[in-house]
Ligand binder design. Structure first.
Ligand code: MN
Length: 288
């Protein structure tokens, strides 16, 4: 049996966007309907040396029906949520938040000396899990294992590389999320499940896939094949993500992602009426 490397299906360019209370960021996925990759809804890359680009942050806002995975490379984000969690996501840390039935939170990047850089991936939840109890997980950088082999360094945030498993054991949906650093002339190869959505977002340097060069700031969406193969002549660092498509209808407005328009309308009505949060331990953020 022959195993074939996955083809390039397409290459996406990111777009500058203003989000939250005025954070300048690069949107990689989620710019329009054609740039969501089921089950991944959105990928934002924030990064700037100028605090004015990010200090306004993302003040109190709701989420329902999806997950946000925030990964900081450098810099700090202070956060708090309606379940009473609060703290600081520091350089190298990950915050994995399952909004489920509803959470209200804020995410405020702190002033950082130098290049502040991080990512937020939105993962959709299947219909059966959209209204699960919300869950928040703070993952410290030292909890994220790294696999090193012949010029390839892989931080395993989720999924498995050569028997090394990421730190989150109770993922709502099974995805792989790696931070891969390639020394010049090195190649990353990873076997993927045939039906899965697979992409790589090139953050630094450039890579070659099937002899095509992809520069930083671009996202390679892989097509059919058995494994992903990414080389780099001059060195690169990229995020590699895969997951099984949900193949369910998506009704999405702002930070709430449901299956039907009716569910979406209900969510916004509940927000208006102050009955959005379903958990017992509800910190009334309006009272503080
Ligand atoms: Mn949020």
């Amino acid at each position: 049996m022959n195993f074939l490397p996955r083809q390039i299906q397409r290459v996406l360019d990111c777009r500058f966007t203003l989000e939250g209370a005025g954070v300048k960021l690069k949107r990689v996925l989620g710019n329009d309907e054609n740039s969501t990759l089921d089950p991944f809804l959105l990928l934002d890359h924030f990064g700037s040396e100028d605090p004015r680009d990010y200090l306004k942050g993302f003040p109190w806002h709701p989420h329902r029906g999806m997950e946000t995975v925030t990964y900081m490379w450098t810099g700090e984000v202070e956060h708090g949520d309606s379940m009473g969690n609060k703290g600081i996501i520091k350089s190298g840390d990950v915050q994995w938040m399952t909004a489920g039935s509803g959470i209200i939170h804020q995410e405020m990047p702190q002033k950082y000396d130098g290049l502040m850089q991080g990512f937020q991936l939105w993962v959709n939840l299947p219909a059966v899990k959209k209204m699960v109890e919300p869950k928040y997980r703070g993952i410290l950088r030292e909890q994220i294992p790294m696999v090193q082999k012949d010029g390839v360094k892989i931080k395993v945030i989720a999924g498995k590389v050569d028997g090394t498993r990421g730190p989150v054991s109770d993922l709502a949906i099974d995805i792989e999320y790696f931070d891969v650093k390639l020394a010049s002339g090195k190649t990353f190869e990873h076997t993927t499940t045939k039906e899965d959505t697979v992409f790589a977002y090139i953050v630094d340097g450039s890579v070659e896939v099937h002899n095509k060069t992809i520069m930083q700031g671009h996202c390679v969406v892989f097509g059919e094949g058995d494994f992903a193969k990414i080389s780099s002549r001059n060195g690169a660092r990229f995020l590699f993500v895969s997951g099984e498509p949900l193949n369910e209808p998506v009704a999405w407005r702002g930070p709430i992602v449901m299956n039907t328009q009716e569910e979406l309308d209900r969510a916004y009505e509940e927000l208006e009426a102050g009955v959005f949060i379903k958990t017992k331990n509800y910190l009334d953020i309006n009272r503080n």
